[in-house]
Design a protein around this ligand. Structure first.
Ligand code: NAP
Length: 205
């Protein structure tokens, strides 16, 4: 029998990738019984101030190093290679084009779920994949559940809320610590740490 493949999409700026991203992806893989999680570093040009964002090639290299030991994790450079702005709806469309029979799960944190309606073609995202949202604490779970119900009613969105898990690491904090000369060791996989220190990334010098 041909089982439908379940593919997780872990989109992110990954500037840089860290243990929070990896734990979230692994938690989603296990909880939703995903066959694979595809990491998709974003292009440089959507809503954020791109000054602080390292080029796509460097973020791809860091992501590749971070996931290389996990046989369930894979990397896509499709957003970095795309000309112009990169939008999640286009990424999902492209993926469906390559594997139309798969079931897609878009993995995201609380902040992203709260802003998703302002993204391009949110209806398309809700229609074409199941959202897997991470709660960082009980307050998050409460507000995420409310938001999920709102999106279900408004768009028939399918949303899975992961059990709470607080991983108090962010890319912003990592960049700030590096600028101040503080240690970021163990906040990311060892190989990524050595890549960043070897190339003196984010040190502002
Ligand atoms: P990011 O900062 O690299 O984070 C990637 C994801 O990991 C986010 O959903 C984030 O949740 C989550 N995360 C980070 N640290 C975490 C931690 N310690 N514990 C639990 N979760 C954690 O990437 P981003 O800039 O938010 O972008 C996320 C995705 O949204 C990308 O694929 C981007 O292309 C997409 N996006 C699309 C549009 C559009 O199509 N118009 C607009 C904006 C973003 P939080 O959100 O809670 O930080």
């Amino acid at each position: 029998m041909n089982q439908i493949r379940r593919i997780g999409i872990m989109g992110g700026t990954f500037n840089p990738i860290h243990q929070g991203h990896l734990i979230l992806a692994e938690q989603a893989r296990e909880y939703c019984e995903l066959d694979e999680v595809l990491f998709v570093p974003s292009g440089n040009s959507y809503m954020k101030d791109s000054d602080e964002i390292l080029d796509g090639k460097t973020r791809i290299s860091m992501t590749a190093l971070a996931i290389e030991d996990n046989p369930f994790f894979a990397l896509s450079s499709m957003e970095v290679e795309r000309e112009g702005a990169t939008y999640t709806c286009e990424t999902i469309r492209e993926l469906i084009g390559t594997q139309p029979r798969a079931e897609y799960y878009f993995i995201l944190g609380a902040d992203a779920l709260f802003s998703i309606e302002s993204w391009k073609e949110p209806e398309e995202i809700f229609k074409s994949c199941i959202l897997v949202a991470a709660a960082r604490d009980s307050q998050d779970t409460f507000s995420l559940t409310e938001k999920a119900m709102e999106l279900q009613t408004k768009y028939q969105a399918r949303i899975v809320i992961l059990p709470e898990r607080k991983i108090d690491i962010s890319s912003t904090e990592i960049r700030s610590r590096i600028r101040k000369g503080k240690s970021v060791r163990y906040m990311m996989p060892e190989k990524v740490f050595h890549y960043i220190t070897g190339k003196k990334l984010y040190s502002g010098g």
